[in-house]
Design a protein around this ligand. Structure first.
Ligand code: FE2
Length: 280
């Protein structure tokens, strides 16, 4: 039985550009089979029990299997002139969708998993940063995150201290804002939209809104794919497979503050699909 709060959220189910006429994309959402297809000029998401609520945003089709509790979260940068929007394809990962989001929020793994790209020894320390659950938008934010990166982006020429902000905008969607090598007044925006196929299997759709007119599209996509394939090998070996929502289960460190807030937020909202609850 899937909890109602889980059913009332929005989930990515396809890249809009790849949807065709019936049967369209055959995929899964929360363990149920769905088809994502064009009917006339509308996109329909159909499951065994009928059509799901649909919205289109950020290059993707989003569906809600229940009654939407709210609109899909905003990413104002998606409409900002001069930004280049990049759909980065999909990586299928044998892990809990919540673990995929949590890994995206974690900085401490950069030097060890994305060695010489997003991090490098001896620069392994994660300094103090701030984490809040923002009540107005009902989102988790981490700000003032600083980290040394040998190659922060495809367009970065050499090592820089990158500043980050992380935002959990939906249970399986997170957005990160990072120093823009080409434009110091702006942030590069990278989202990951995670489609929960089952509690232990997901598709991760990275998406970017960048100020970068020069890097070829194929290189941008290949860079993100390389990063997410490095993450996949870690994610598929995490034990336990479901995300524990009891904070006592894994030992937190200063670097884990975002993850602790994310777990607390999920638990409070009853968003437990892909989570391991505390034994009574
Ligand atoms: Fe990573």
């Amino acid at each position: 039985m899937i909890p109602q709060p889980v059913l009332n959220e929005w989930y990515p189910v396809a890249m809009t550009a790849l949807v065709g006429p019936w049967p369209g994309r055959q995929t899964q959402l929360l363990g149920s089979d769905i088809n994502v297809f064009f009917e006339g000029d509308a996109i329909v998401v159909r499951g065994a029990a009928g059509d799901l609520a649909v919205c289109l945003a950020y290059g993707h089709v989003w569906a809600c299997p229940g009654t939407p509790a709210h609109k899909l979260f905003p990413i104002p940068e998606a409409d900002q002139p001069g930004r280049r929007l990049v759909d980065c394809g999909v990586v299928r990962v044998k892990c809990s969708p919540l673990r995929a989001v949590e890994n995206f929020l974690d900085i401490a793994h950069f030097p060890f998993v994305h060695t010489d790209v997003l991090g490098a020894e001896p620069h392994t320390e994660v300094g103090r940063y701030e984490v809040q659950i923002r009540e107005d938008s009902d989102e988790v934010w981490a700000t003032k995150v600083h980290f040394y990166q040998p190659q922060a982006a495809k367009s970065a020429a050499g090592g820089i201290v990158t500043e980050y902000m992380y935002r959990v905008a939906a249970p399986t969607a997170a957005v990160l804002y990072k120093t823009c090598p080409n434009n110091p007044d702006e942030w590069d925006v990278i989202g990951i939209f995670v489609q929960p196929l089952t509690e232990e299997l997901c598709k991760v759709w990275p998406w970017m809104a960048l100020f970068d007119d020069t890097t070829p599209q194929a290189d941008l996509i290949q860079f993100q794919q390389m990063i997410f394939l490095q993450d996949r090998s870690i994610l598929e070996n995490q034990i336990p497979r479901l995300l524990p929502l009891d904070p006592g289960k894994e030992i937190p460190t200063q670097a884990d503050m975002t993850s602790i807030a994310y777990r607390r937020w999920l638990k409070r909202k009853g968003l437990t699909y892909g989570a391991q609850m505390v034994a009574a």
